[in-house]
Design a protein. Structure first.
Lengths: 181, 152
């Protein structure tokens, strides 16, 4: 009888310990503030973004040569991206994005402006998908032109719409679809 | 006058013969029935498959059907540069190895290139008349690609 009681006490004690362990666990959970979105930022992703915007500006200015140069810089920043800081499905997705984006950048380096713009459309989607995983420190705007290729989007640092798909031909065509950050 | 022309022709002939020594490996793979084939990834209707094989596969697959003059330089040189670039951009035999993202983008590119008549290359269809896409053939391929894109 007493042995059973002792055993019972022992088990209860161990369970209680486990209970205590949970409540005093020094997990990151305590540090993470779930009440508001933490603005994530990845320096390598920011570098990619920066080169992307240079490319976008070149296309806005109808400057194929400048766009080609921006394209080759983008290839470098894409290559420099460190996917190892991400895990599992995110890492897999990022690998696919980088491979695809690099191909588009490579085409942009050696194409006339019409083709550069075609590739820029898919590249813009790749970069947007990249940002969905990495996050970005600064406010960004997704802009949209309904006329180019049945509707095409791009990212911009300012609300002001300057169309990279048509350049001077239709500079203001487009609207802000949403704000990122 | 005649002597100089004779000399130039002679040198030209020597260069031509020397060129023939350079014969790089041919794009001929015996493994056609692999899972990464475009035709294994999608259920491609026979008419579309025939069009792709006839008009695209010489540059965009692992098996080129070389014509007789492919044994002669510099024809071979130009052919190989087309095949190399073609395969880098799109290889129907490697389709299954592309990521879902890449496959989707490639389908879009294929459709755009066909629509704009950039593909098949004019220099290719000049010699391979049967590879020229008629309006009907273009529509068949584009409609099918559109169908696949919508189902993705």
């Amino acid at each position: 009888m007493s042995i059973a009681a002792i055993l019972l006490l022992a088990v209860t004690y161990v369970n209680a310990q486990a209970g205590h362990n949970h409540s005093t666990m020094k997990m990151d959970n305590k540090k993470m503030d779930h009440s508001k979105m933490t603005i994530k930022s990845d320096a390598k992703a920011e570098a990619i973004l920066s080169d992307y915007f240079n490319l976008k500006d070149a296309l806005v200015n109808d400057d194929a040569k400048e766009a080609a140069q921006a394209g080759s810089k983008l290839i470098v920043s894409l290559k420099a991206f460190d996917r190892k800081t991400y895990k599992g499905m995110q890492q897999m997705e990022l690998i696919e994005i980088i491979v695809d984006a690099t191909e588009h950048a490579e085409h942009i380096v050696k194409s006339p402006i019409d083709h550069q713009r075609e590739h820029f459309k898919t590249l813009s989607k790749d970069v947007a998908d990249l940002l969905a995983i990495t996050g970005t420190a600064n406010p960004l705007y997704e802009q949209f032109c309904p006329m180019y290729d049945k509707g095409s989007a791009w990212l911009s640092t300012s609300k002001e719409v300057k169309n990279p798909y048509y350049g001077s031909k239709m500079l203001k065509c487009g609207s802000v679809k949403k704000q990122i950050n | 006058m005649k002597k100089i022309i004779k000399k130039i022709l002679f040198i030209g002939l020597i260069i031509f013969l020397l060129m023939q020594l350079y014969q790089p490996a041919r794009n001929e793979s015996f493994e056609q029935d692999i899972t990464s084939n475009f035709t294994k990834v999608y259920k491609v209707p026979k008419n579309v498959e025939t069009i792709l094989r006839t008009s695209c596969y010489d540059c965009h697959s692992n098996k080129t059907n070389y014509p007789w003059y492919s044994y002669i330089q510099p024809a071979r040189f130009f052919m190989e540069s087309h095949i190399k670039e073609g395969k880098e951009n799109l290889n129907f035999n490697e389709w299954g190895n592309y990521s879902g993202r890449k496959q989707k983008n490639k389908l879009d590119r294929i459709a755009k290139q066909i629509k704009s008549n950039e593909m098949p290359l004019a220099s290719y269809t000049l010699i391979h008349k049967n590879a020229t896409l008629s309006a009907t053939q273009k529509k068949e391929v584009l409609d099918w690609i559109n169908k696949i894109e919508n189902s993705l």
